[in-house]
Design a protein around this ligand. Structure first.
Ligand code: ZN
Length: 583
């Protein structure tokens, strides 16, 4: 059989078919004064083409020298591309299979956020965390930064006394101020992660520790105490957990995402600590990535739906198993509403699962579309072929591609051979091409019905035991326009402006902007100075930008809040404030 050439990753300068990095040995020291990591990366390479240079991805790194066996070697750092950064070409002497790059990161490194003590829960110590996905690892490690290239790593991190350093690794220990780590399973660059801060930990299961700042630890340990049950559930459905430990690190609220599936150590926003476990689906999601994403990885960022669509589907299956069908259905209904909103906002090319990201920053592909449309595609297959046949297929998919990166074409070829071919009559009901290469939501998308949420749509009012999803349904489906009197009455009775649940609060603040409910504005201001979760910022700033008065408020808040946001969140909000026009 003639194997077609594999689609190239447009977001990396690397040429792994000639020289490939197989191991990275890091030695870095963190300076909070200079907002910089400084040290060396020693890379082990596999050379298929003996005459080829090693080509690495970098962004804003200050390269100090490059050596092989202690001798300097020639290198060139190319001109900086605004999206990709600068290619680093290193001439490898004959016979050598390792090279050491001495470097320092820039204070503006796109993959690092250096927090002042006042931006943390404890307020006493600074905090550093990395966020390497999509192509930000290159801003703190010179690497072949493509999800299609896997390597093992070890690291020695020097952190200030009293602070703990953690990485996405299988082993760690520390002596004095030196923290060392080993990741002996091959991972792509976007899964390398580091955090340094005042952290304590609590054991909540045989393979799970929660790391958090001291003021947050008890609440987090309670909220996520079911983690072992979640792991056992996925293992029963899709096979063994292969990474050893599954720990959680709760970050300060400026963390730009809900969570990040860094292997062995999921990074989590504190905004999902609701007190009633109603937002634990985030952990189910990040945990599911230990199969879909970390074990079987999208080969390029075009194939992101393979990571996120599969994971969002798995997430809901875990939720159903552990928290019941009703909880899972409520989450499906709300997810679909989020997707439908985005399908109105994004142009047709952005609505395609196998999105064309030529000339674009892959972070722009991180919309609800790969997640929720992708999950609906999988749910359609589950319904068409039956749950047990589909589960069996998924289990084989994870085994077959374990520790490999796959393209959409490769995944679909496997799907056709290992699932569709076994059920030719049923396969006709799944228009694969429409799902994967067309914009919009196919008519074959399954609908979810939640009896619990339907009661609210039919007029059931709030109750003290409502979960987050019921509140979101209630707030999202209020008939417009909502009067100020109604807003004030709801607030008086349910104290929504003072809600300690960030999801409910963000939804309420959005409604306050829409209705110009001024009593909530001081809280809006405080919220936008505390929380840096990009999805919430995007909604609240975009809502404000719809009216002239809101625009003034948005600019005024952003002027002081911006410096507290992660570089990725800054990019998103900058764009909203520069392009929005009043309706
Ligand atoms: Zn995800």
């Amino acid at each position: 059989m003639n194997t077609p050439a594999r689609e190239r990753d447009l977001h990396s300068y690397a040429e792994p078919e000639r020289v490939r990095v197989t191991h990275c040995s890091l030695s870095l020291s963190a300076s909070f004064e200079q907002k910089s990591l400084r040290g060396a990366a020693r890379l082990t390479v596999e050379r298929t083409d003996a005459s080829a240079p090693l080509i690495l991805d970098t962004r804003d790194l200050q390269i100090e020298s490059v050596t092989c066996s202690g001798q300097p070697v020639e290198y060139t750092l190319a001109k900086r591309d605004p999206i990709l950064g600068s290619a680093l070409h290193i001439s490898l002497p004959p016979g050598t299979d390792s090279v050491t790059i001495y470097y320092a990161t820039s204070p503006e490194a796109s993959g690092l956020q250096w927090l002042q003590p006042e931006q943390t829960a404890g307020k006493k110590h600074p905090f550093l965390f990395s966020q390497s996905q999509s192509i930000h690892a290159r801003s703190w490690i010179p690497l072949q930064d493509s999800p299609g290239i896997r390597f093992t790593y070890d690291a020695r991190i020097e952190a200030p006394a009293g602070l703990t350093a953690l990485m996405s690794a299988r082993e760690h220990k520390h002596e004095g101020t030196t923290h060392s780590f080993v990741m002996d399973l091959p991972v792509p660059a976007y899964l390398t992660a580091l955090a340094i801060g005042e952290l304590q930990s609590a054991e909540v299961g045989p393979r799970t520790r929660i790391y958090a700042e001291p003021p947050v630890l008890a609440a987090a340990a309670h909220e996520f105490e079911d983690t072992e049950r979640l792991i056992q559930t996925v293992e029963r459905l899709y096979g063994a957990y292969r990474w050893g430990r599954y720990d959680l690190l709760i970050l300060p609220p400026s963390f730009p995402f809900g969570g990040m599936e860094n292997p062995c150590l999921t990074f989590v926003t504190p905004t999902v600590i609701a007190g009633d476990k109603s937002l634990v689906s985030l952990i189910s999601h990040e945990l599911a990535h230990s199969w879909s994403g970390n074990l079987v990885t999208n080969a390029t960022w075009r194939d992101f739906w393979l990571n996120e669509g599969f994971t969002t589907y798995l997430e809901n299956r875990i939720q159903e198993e552990v928290y019941g069908l009703e909880q899972a259905l409520m989450e499906q209904v709300l997810d679909r509403r989020d997707l439908e909103k985005e399908l109105l906002e994004f142009p047709p090319p952005d609505q395609i699962l196998h999105i064309d990201l030529t000339g674009r920053d892959p972070d722009e592909g991180c919309t609800h579309i790969p997640y929720i449309k992708g999950a609906l595609f999988l749910r359609l297959m589950e319904q068409t072929f039956g749950r047990s046949a589909f589960d069996d297929f998924l289990r084989r998919y994870f085994d077959h591609f374990a520790f490999q990166s796959v393209t959409t074409a490769e995944a679909l070829a496997y799907l056709r051979a290992e699932l569709f071919a076994h059920f030719p009559d049923k396969a006709a009901a799944v228009p694969v091409d429409e799902w994967v290469t067309h914009p919009g939501l196919p008519l074959s998308a399954p609908h979810a019905h939640s009896p619990q949420l339907e009661k609210i749509a039919q007029g059931a009012g709030p109750s003290h035991n409502w979960k987050t999803q019921e509140w979101l349904e209630f707030l999202q489906t209020r008939p417009c326009p909502i009067s100020l009197r109604t807003m004030a009455a709801l607030d008086a009775q349910w104290r929504l402006t003072n809600s300690g649940n960030y999801e409910i609060l963000a939804e309420w603040l959005g409604l306050a902007i829409e209705t110009n409910y001024a009593p909530a504005f001081p809280k809006l201001r405080a919220f936008l100075h505390e929380v840096g979760r990009t999805r919430m910022l995007r909604h609240l700033y975009a809502d404000m930008m719809k009216t002239p008065a809101g625009q003034t408020l948005a600019r005024e808040i952003y002027a002081t809040a911006r410096s507290g946001y992660h570089p990725m969140a800054q990019t998103v909000v900058d764009k909203i404030l520069s392009t929005s026009k009043p309706r």
